[in-house]
Ligand binder design. Structure first.
Ligand code: SF4
Length: 362
């Protein structure tokens, strides 16, 4: 379950069984668009399993949100597939019954119909790294934590630095360290008077926002050696791949372009690879399926582009696409939209089309 506040889709609200998109009107919370049936997991070689983006089914007021949640959850409780674990998620319940039937049942249990969904738009799925000012005047600093691993590295003493920050921040009113859905950490509720001290610790320990548009938008699951389901490396390998791909981007003048890249060690999709502009899913030791075309704002799944390729082939596959993107993109066009417009991959506009419309030879 996730809650997003546009224009930030930093929780990937369409990846979850149940989501709420906050609708702010006139500076106040009017309510939420309700999203149902998102999910990432699938199994290689089983096309009746697939990732799915959630559907927006209507709008509810804040005081209706708990009842709406309860209705969605109880329909899944009663209609969900208890026999086949791989089909147990809400997304398959909706596929099996059809969205109109599912929504009608939710509304029957609620005793009222949801209002029509309201307008909204998202800009990205990433975290705004660095300083942001909250509505209440407090400051927040989002620290980039590569693949969620808090440890000291050469030039970036993340663990030591965060411990030093925590020591002075623990006594600040409302002071908190908050983990984000993108594996980063927010130093939250920093009083304006305390910013200088926090800034000094950030600089001293090298916790500044990373350079390059790829690294700050990269995410990997833990995979080996922690996860028993992993088929390939992920957390320990993605930084190496990002280095290689960032060099390719630098070479064609795209150094600071934000492109989402996500990797997992198996198709369960814990780092949400199917919603990345560049998705990599482990198939075996050192090999990955490469997916392209997931929307930068998290509203569209990607599509399989190459199967079971290793490091050099991944870099070689992306090199010409980066060059073409640099030379031929329209103003403001995202990498994922470019590869779709130019026919590199077909768009995946529905989860049940994820395995369809592959290019010849894929
Ligand atoms: S996606 Fe990664 S963390 Fe999730 S089950 Fe697969 S290997 Fe494990």
């Amino acid at each position: 379950m996730a809650l997003a506040v546009p224009p930030h889709n930093d929780v990937d609200v369409f990846a979850h069984d149940l989501g709420f998109i906050a609708i702010v009107e006139g500076g106040a919370l009017a309510g939420f668009n309700v999203v149902v049936g998102g999910g990432m997991g699938m199994t290689h070689g089983e096309p009746d399993t697939f990732p799915r983006t959630g559907d927006v089914i209507g709008f509810c007021t804040p005081d209706q949100a708990v009842a709406v949640s309860e209705a969605v959850v109880t329909v899944q409780r009663d209609w969900g597939n208890r026999a086949v674990r791989k089909h147990a998620r809400l997304k398959y319940t909706i596929e099996r019954h059809g969205l109109p039937t599912f929504v009608a049942e939710v509304e029957k249990r609620l005793g009222f119909a949801l209002a029509p969904a309201r307008e909204f738009s998202f800009e990205s799925t990433g975290d705004p790294l660095g300083w942001t000012e909250g509505d209440n005047g407090a400051w927040h600093y989002t620290v980039f934590v590569e693949n969620g691993r808090v440890r000291d590295m050469p030039g970036r003493a993340l663990r030591t630095g965060l411990a030093a920050i925590a020591r002075i921040h623990a006594n600040a009113p409302g002071g908190a360290l908050i983990m984000t859905g993108n594996q980063n950490l927010v130093i939250a509720n920093v009083p304006a008077a305390a910013r200088k001290a926090i800034e000094a610790l950030i600089a001293e320990h090298g916790l500044d926002v990373p350079k390059g548009g790829l690294r700050g938008n990269a995410m990997a699951c833990v995979a080996l050696p922690t996860c028993g389901l992993a088929l390939a490396e992920s957390e320990r390998y993605l930084p190496t791949l990002v280095d290689a791909l960032q060099a390719e981007l630098d070479a064609v003048g795209l150094a600071e372009d934000a492109i989402t890249i996500r990797m997992t060690g198996c198709p369960n999709g814990c780092a949400r690879p199917y919603l990345a502009e560049i998705g990599l899913v482990g198939t075996g030791p050192g090999t990955y399926n490469l997916y392209l075309g997931g929307a930068h704002d998290g509203t569209r799944l990607n599509k399989l582009h190459r199967r079971q390729i290793a490091h050099d082939e991944i870099v070689a596959a992306l090199r010409p696409l980066f060059a073409a993107y640099a030379a031929e993109r329209h103003a403001g066009e995202r990498f994922a939209d470019f590869v779709i417009r130019t026919g590199i991959v077909a768009p995946t506009n529905a989860g049940n089309r994820f395995h369809e419309d592959l290019a010849a030879g894929v």
